[in-house]
Structures are given as structure tokens and as C-alpha cells.
Ligand binder design. Structure first.
Ligand code: PLP
Length: 396
């Protein structure tokens, strides 16, 4: 069975992790810092803070930007739960604006319509690897005192053209923060893991402190103390908790895997693009199916595809999605539905009163979406098997 996504692990990856197992540090040693340095260089960001998930990175981004109680955060319903939940973690209200039907990413016009004075952040998602319209969203957010968080969990290594120049996700002037996920189905994995990148040093420092309990060990940062205070002696053991933080630390083991995967990222992305091009060409004539479409077709050579999500007109082929998935499975082809619109989840309905009709484009997409296998280890024969299985769906 071909799953919809899966990691690729090489002997080099295994050797890199084993080398850490034989070293002095399993966590917070030199490999975390090296992964941060190399990742920042790869995406073109000034600072990268590695954490144990993209969820943690999203939480830290909103926290260090000062988003909290009384604020609203606008995001897309066409995402995994984490993009919206982060707003609730900091005590703000997560809210949703609809998506663009072509790119399936946050629609700037819908964000404009949903704007209210209490919005302090926009969390855009580069769904499936398609960059959100960062320049338009940034213009809107910055002119109104809000930050733009680009949730690029799907798009490690991705880039896009804007006004004739290519810009990488994480290395562009529009996103205040960019967040990446290294979960196994993503384009680079550390098992579990995430990265927060930003060009602002104060935000990066604050995120580093908060990822480890809000603790500082640098004497230059200790708070002043009276001579008679029980904490007056500050020897080599001393640390201070200056903020309420979390344990969002990633391990050296994970970062060794990440560094090794980073070496192959370009090759992995090239293979993903080739598979997407093969699917696009082979499925283009099907009137009951529509593949992903880039905002700018020139971006095809820069995209970091994580998912190949098609929209299927199920009534036209007289089958439900459940039946289609079963037929694909019988042909050895796995598929998945990504995503259930977040505002329709019971917790969101119960807590904020959201419900059907709030984001009709995302809700309609949900009714038609199906993600097909996409990962670099798919062989050409696998790709042909997927294409044949999909093409045969319209046959009785
Ligand atoms: C768009 C998006 N954001 C955030 C996350 C959360 O990532 P993580 O599992 O690394 O916390 C995911 C995970 O699937 C995701 O798809």
C-alpha cells in the first residue's frame, strides 16, 4: 500500500543519529545549534530557533509577539488544528477567514472583510506547499499593527517569485515569523520537531528563553539582587526563571537527523516536483478532477510540495469519497482528507460559536478534497499505479 506521505531515511541519516548516541550530549548539545545555523542559512533567515514541534513554534511566535488576551488572530480553516490552536494557547481568540479557491490559501480579501480592531496577528498557511499571498497579507497586517506568521509547516525549502525576484519561505521581508514542521510526512523530518525563524534578534532570544522554561544562565542577564537576599550568591550553578516558559526543547538526536536530511532537501524537493508534474500531466483531461494550481505558474520550479490534493466531483462519478478511498485502497493506493475545516471542529463550535457557512470556500473544498501519495521514494512505477487507479475511478 502506498501511503499518502512518508519519510525517507537513508543510511547516512541513521549514521548521523548513531554518532550523537555515542557522543556526550543527547539534547541541547552542539548539534541543535548547528542545525539552527545551517537551517537559517538555507532559508536565508537571520535567526532560527529549533523546538520540538511546529505547534510549539507557533505558540512561541504569538507569545513573543505579545499576542494575548483581548486579541484576535485570523487564520485559515484549511489547515491542521495547530495553526489555530496556538492563538488559544496565548489567550487570544482564534478566528477564520476564507480561502482562495484556486490556491487554497488564505484569501487577502476575506482577511480584509474579517478584520476587526483587536486583530494582532495573521497566521497564513502555505497549504500543500503553495505559498500564501505573503506580500498582500503582510501589507494589511503591518499597516494595522499586526504581525504576519507564515505557517510553512508544509513547505520546508519552498520559495516563490514576487515582482520578478525569487524569495524563500523564511527568508522574505513579509513574514515576521516563519514556522516549519519536521513531522515524518513533511519535506524534511526530525521525527517530531519544528523551527521558528525570524529576522528580529529580540524575538529569537525571547523564543530561545521560553522554549526552556523561561530560564537564563547568562550572568549578564540576571536580575539585580540585594546583598542579603538568599539568591545573592551567583555561582556556576545559578540560573534564573524570568518568564513562564515551557519545555519545547528538541534533542541533538533529532537535529542530527534534520542536518542529514537538510543535505538532501534539494534532491527531495526536485523529486516531489517531478511527481507533481507527472500527476498534473496524466490527470489534466479528467473533467471530474482538478489538481493543485499555483498562483504563479512560474513558481513550479521553486515549490516545495508536501501534498498532492485533488478536488473530485464525487456526484459526477456517482461514488462517495469513502467509496473512492476504498477503491483506491484496493488498488494499493492510500489517500487522505486534508483538512477538515478547523472552525467546524466541536471545540471551536462550542467555544466560539463558529459553524457551517462561516467559510464556504473552505467548506466546499473539504467536500471534494483527496490527497494522493506524494513522497520522494515513490518510483515511476508507483506513480503510474496511482495514475491508473485514479483514472479508473470513473469506470463502473
Ligand atoms: C499546517 C500545519 N501547521 C502546523 C502543524 C503542526 O506541526 P507539528 O506536528 O510539528 O506540531 C502541522 C502538522 O501537521 C501542519 O500541517
Amino acid at each position: 500500500m502506498l501511503p499518502y506521505g512518508r519519510q525517507t531515511i537513508t543510511e547516512d541519516d541513521i549514521a548521523a543519529v548513531v554518532a550523537v548516541l555515542r557522543s556526550d550530549y543527547l539534547t541541547q548539545g552542539p548539534v541543535v545549534a548547528e542545525f539552527e545555523r545551517r537551517f537559517a542559512a538555507r532559508v536565508g533567515a537571520r535567526h532560527a530557533v529549533a523546538v520540538n514541534s511546529a505547534t510549539a513554534a507557533l505558540h512561541l511566535a504569538l507569545r513573543v509577539a505579545g499576542v494575548g488576551a483581548g486579541h484576535r488572530v485570523l487564520t485559515t480553516p484549511n489547515t491542521f488544528l495547530a495553526s489555530a490552536n496556538a492563538a488559544a494557547y496565548v489567550g487570544a481568540t482564534p478566528d477564520f477567514a476564507d480561502i482562495d479557491p484556486v490556491t487554497r490559501t488564505l484569501c487577502p480579501g476575506a482577511v480584509e472583510a474579517a478584520w476587526s480592531d483587536d486583530v494582532r496577528a495573521v497566521v497564513a498557511v502555505d497549504y500543500a506547499g503553495q505559498p500564501a499571498d505573503l506580500p498582500a497579507l503582510s501589507r494589511m497586517a503591518r499597516s494595522r499593527g499586526a504581525v504576519l506568521v507564515d505557517d510553512a509547516s508544509h513547505a520546508v525549502g519552498g520559495a516563490f517569485y514576487h515582482e520578478g525576484k525569487s524569495w524563500s519561505l523564511g527568508g522574505n521581508p513579509w513574514a515576521d515569523f516563519t514556522v516549519f514542521s519536521f513531522h515524518p510526512v513533511k519535506t524534511l523530518t526530525t521525527g517530531e520537531g519544528g523551527m521558528l525563524v525570524t529576522d528580529r534578534e529580540d524575538w529569537a532570544d525571547a523564543a530561545r528563553c521560553l522554549r526552556s522554561h523561561g530560564m537564563v544562565r547568562d550572568p549578564a542577564r540576571f536580575s539585580p539582587v540585594d546583598a542579603g537576599d538568599p539568591l545573592a550568591e551567583r555561582g556556576p550553578w545559578f540560573y534564573e526563571m524570568q518568564e513562564l516558559g515551557w519545555n519545547y526543547r528538541i534533542t541533538d538526536l533529532q537535529c542530527a537527523l534534520g542536518l542529514s536530511q537538510l543535505e538532501r532537501l534539494d534532491a527531495a524537493l526536485a523529486r516531489r516536483r517531478a511527481i507533481v508534474a507527472a500527476y498534473d500531466a496524466a490527470l489534466a483531461d479528467l473533467r471530474w478532477l482538478r489538481g493543485p494550481r499555483l498562483r504563479n505558474p512560474e513558481d513550479a520550479g521553486l515549490a516545495s510540495w508536501h501534498l498532492y490534493t485533488v478536488e473530485i466531483d464525487f456526484p459526477a462519478i456517482r461514488q462517495s469519497r469513502t467509496e473512492v478511498m476504498a477503491r483506491l485502497r484496493a488498488a494499493g493506493v492510500g489517500s487522505q482528507v486534508l483538512y477538515i475545516p478547523v472552525h467546524l471542529q466541536p471545540w471551536y463550535r462550542r467555544t466560539y460559536g463558529y459553524g457551517p457557512g462561516k467559510c464556504p470556500v473552505a467548506e466546499a473544498l473539504y467536500g471534494r478534497a483527496l490527497s494522493l501519495p506524494l513522497y520522494p521514494a515513490l518510483t515511476d512505477a508507483d506513480v503510474s499505479r496511482v495514475i491508473a487507479a485514479v483514472r479508473s475511478l470513473a469506470m463502473p
